[in-house]
Design a protein around this ligand. Structure first.
Ligand SMILES: Nc1nc2c(ncn2[C@@H]2O[C@H](COP(=O)(O)OP(=O)(O)OP(=O)(O)O)[C@@H](O)[C@H]2O)c(=O)[nH]1
Ligand SMILES: [Mg+2]
Length: 245
């Protein structure tokens, strides 16, 4: 009886939880965007001063509730030597199966969602689920003011979407830093990211303008993504999906 009532209570109050990876080159504005998103969707959230945001070595996590679901964001560092972690798991670091020249802080396990359900302790080869396999959507952030690195950003994007583990996952590409005069507008960034469209496959994809610094475009992007995640939820079930309910 208790189990039944508890299950019913959970059904009433528990929100479906989905994970969103925030990726892009270093300096694209990922962490600033995560702060802007938390500010937009969390009442009384005290945003961090953008000047105090430093380059990410490891992972930042943030949660928001929007349109009846909970989104958990994983904001990973974009520096070249950190990109190889995008399709890995923290457990690979913990087991020493990666041999990268990384700062000490990264050779220790970094904070990330609790995957204890999936752990099979004792196996040195255990790799666990990867960020790519576990996420429900990807936000890819582009620095629209950096013409010199736009092709590097596109190449990195192509490598990312070629991953089988991301197939069918909705993608929101953000042409960020639109507040900077003379930045590339959507009409310039879009055709660049539309090249090699065959790699994109069958999935929802949208390119939008945004400024993580002013918050412009944050709301629209997140609401679009939530609609796509909900539509795709029979393919990628929410994290807290309970088959007994
Ligand atoms: N003008 C302007 N500056 C921005 C915007 N978004 C981010 N920045 C600046 O760009 C720089 C890098 O921002 P971060 O958020 O740290 O970039 P990141 O993508 O997280 O970088 P890594 O953690 O190294 O991967 C900072 O100086 C930010 O203030 C924006 O929309 N407009
Ligand atoms: Mg960062």
């Amino acid at each position: 009886m208790y189990t039944l009532l508890h299950g019913f209570y959970k059904y009433l109050v528990q929100k479906d939880e989905y994970c969103v990876l925030i990726l892009g080159l270093d300096n694209a504005g990922k962490t600033t965007y995560l702060e802007a998103t938390k500010t937009k969707f969390t009442k009384k959230y005290k945003a961090m001063n953008p000047n105090r945001i430093t380059t990410t070595v490891g992972l930042n996590i943030g949660k928001i509730d929007v349109d009846g679901v909970r989104l958990s964001f994983w904001d990973l560092g974009g520096q070249v030597e950190l990109q190889s972690l995008w399709d890995k798991t923290n457990d690979a670091l913990a087991h020493g199966s990666l041999h990268l020249h990384l700062p000490d802080s990264l050779t220790k396990p970094i904070a990330r969602p609790d995957y204890s359900d999936h752990q099979t302790s004792g196996s040195p080869d255990y790799r666990g689920p990867t960020y790519f396999a576990e996420c429900h959507a990807v936000i890819y952030i582009v620095d629209s003011s950096d013409r010199e690195r736009i092709s590097e950003s596109k190449e990195t994007f192509d490598r990312m979407i070629a991953s089988e583990q991301l197939s069918g996952v909705p993608l929101l590409v953000l042409a960020n830093k639109q507040d900077i005069p003379d930045c590339m507008g959507v009409h310039t960034v879009k055709p660049i990211f539309n090249q090699n469209a065959h790699l994109i496959g069958a999935r929802d994809i949208m390119l939008m303008a945004t400024s993580a610094l002013t918050g412009d475009g944050v709301d629209e992007g997140i609401r679009w993504l939530v609609d796509c995640i909900k539509r795709n939820s029979s393919e990628r079930l929410p994290r807290n999906h309970d088959e007994n309910l």
